[in-house]
Design a protein around this ligand. Structure first.
Ligand SMILES: [Mg+2]
Length: 219
């Protein structure tokens, strides 16, 4: 029987397709107002994204750095890390926030809030910084541990086992007693199972199913 739950964020707490729609709308808006700036920003975001795919699952050469994806993007483009940070912060961290409440997976959010009230340990492990998104979703305070792949203590992306082991350590629960809820079997599922966690695909999630895995009353 599981004793704790850890959640992925993007594609799990909210679906990706509606968010992509909103973000394309934002990009079009920016293009109409400052096209040159937008082209530069799109290039930065493309390289930033491709760096994650390159680094995923590989041991990082620069594990001391905070946010290795950001530094790799800066090196590739010959730009300052601070400039990359501003673009990434705006488009990856800030702009999506105001759309989150309207597309969130409400049955999952309600379950998280109820499980927290019941005293069940819960955590978050994402490849991206999750704190602002969790706040926008109204989930601040529901988790005993929140980590992401770019932080110093992890430094490797999913499906590397490192972040999965780290979140179990922070929760003080054996990995075998944790259910990891995520949207990507090749990243969330593989990583979670590599340290012995149970994996629940978001497609199979119902409040009842998760409560059964935890041996707690249905909501
Ligand atoms: Mg995801």
């Amino acid at each position: 029987m599981a004793r704790a739950v850890v959640y992925d964020v993007d594609g799990t707490l909210y679906p990706l397709w509606p968010m992509r729609f909103y973000m394309i709308r934002e990009l079009v808006w920016r293009f109409l107002h400052s096209p040159i700036r937008l082209l530069r920003e799109v290039r930065v975001l493309q390289v930033y994204r491709s760096m994650l795919d390159k680094m995923r699952g590989r041991p990082d050469e620069d594990t001391d750095a905070t946010d290795p994806q950001l530094h790799a993007t800066a090196r590739k483009l010959g730009m300052k890390a601070a400039d990359i940070h501003d673009t990434v912060h705006e488009w990856v961290a800030q702009r999506p926030l105001r759309f989150l409440p309207r597309i969130a997976k409400t049955d999952l959010l309600k379950t998280i809030i109820t499980l927290n009230q019941r005293g069940i340990s819960q955590g978050v492990y994402s490849d991206y910084p999750p704190d602002c998104k969790l706040a926008a979703l109204g989930l601040t305070g529901c988790f005993q541990a929140v980590i992401w792949s770019g932080q110093r203590e992890v430094g490797q992306f999913k499906p590397s086992p490192k972040g999965f082991s780290e979140i179990a350590r922070l929760l003080g629960v054996e990995p075998a007693e944790i259910v990891f809820v995520g949207d990507r079997p090749s990243r969330d599922g593989r990583g979670a199972q590599s340290v012995g966690m149970q994996f629940l695909h978001i497609k199979d999630f119902t409040p009842r199913r998760l409560c059964e895995m935890l041996g707690t009353e249905p909501l």
